[in-house]
Ligand binder design. Structure first.
Ligand SMILES: [Zn+2]
Length: 260
């Protein structure tokens, strides 16, 4: 069990290193699979020892070996975090039926989410290709993989139900309060977590986003700030999803309410 967790952590950190490349090259026309990684400043091609997840960053002391320019903290953080998520998925699912299929399926979904998280944080946009992939995988998850509960119809409708309020916010604010990408992401969250879980995730996302937003306003000079232009929302929705998925947070006791 512990060993399995460690193996999945190491595997996850390697995948995280690949996700960093995807985030860097997505929508740039560069090949995501081929092409060696290099220092963005001096073009020095990275050797094997400079590509070891997390560890290389520490030994290089966050600098390029050749030109000493700084390496972003994004790299080790994404590697570390992907490792933690992979280990957590393994520990959560290794005892359930069909885990041999469900674990890799979930790892793909979480890899897509981590990529959306960092991409939106950096560029304030959710790439369509990624979010449509997430929606499709989540819908199939609901349709085939989750044991059909008594709320099956509600869970089946959870995608569109979660989409609607975000879409209205986007529509009536002309995209100032909420991006259309957030509405698409919420659709996937609806199908991935089911109705009550998705509602909890969105509420958690709003709370955490509000706290972080206020902190950022306090740190930065409060000039002409609109929520959308300053703070990407997808990362908070995804944090909400993680909290519900891994810790079973049930904010409004909605599930309980619906069970009666
Ligand atoms: Zn360099």
């Amino acid at each position: 069990m512990i060993l399995g967790g460690i193996i999945f952590f190491v595997f996850g950190s390697i995948i995280g290193s690949f996700l960093n490349v995807v985030i860097l090259r997505y929508n740039t026309g560069r090949d995501v699979i081929r092409g060696r990684s290099s220092c963005p400043v001096c073009r020095h091609e990275l050797g094997f020892l400079e590509l070891v997840p997390i560890i290389s960053f520490i030994f290089l002391r966050a600098r390029c070996r050749k030109c000493l320019s700084k390496i972003s903290w994004q790299y080790p953080l994404v590697e570390l975090f992907t490792g933690v998520i992979f280990a957590a998925v393994f520990l959560k699912m290794n005892n359930i039926p069909n885990s041999l299929f469900l674990i890799p399926y979930s790892l793909v979904i979480f890899s897509v989410l981590i990529t959306i998280f960092v991409y939106d944080w950096k560029h304030k946009i959710i790439p369509d290709g990624l979010v449509y992939g997430f929606i499709t995988l989540s819908f199939l998850n609901t349709l085939f993989l989750i044991p059909h509960s008594s709320f099956f119809i509600l869970d089946l409708l959870a995608g569109p139900i979660m989409f609607l309020p975000f879409f209205l916010l986007w529509f009536f604010s002309s995209g100032r309060w909420m991006g259309l990408g957030d509405a698409k992401l919420a659709t996937g969250i609806g199908w991935f977590l089911g109705f009550s879980g998705a509602v909890s995730a969105v509420i958690l996302g709003f709370w955490i986003g509000a706290v972080v937003g206020v902190l950022m306003l306090l740190i930065k000079s409060p000039k002409r700030l609109t929520i959308k232009s300053e703070i990407p929302f997808a990362p908070f929705l995804i944090i909400g999803l993680w909290l519900v998925y891994f810790f079973g947070f049930d904010i409004v006791g909605l599930h309980l309410l619906l069970s009666h």
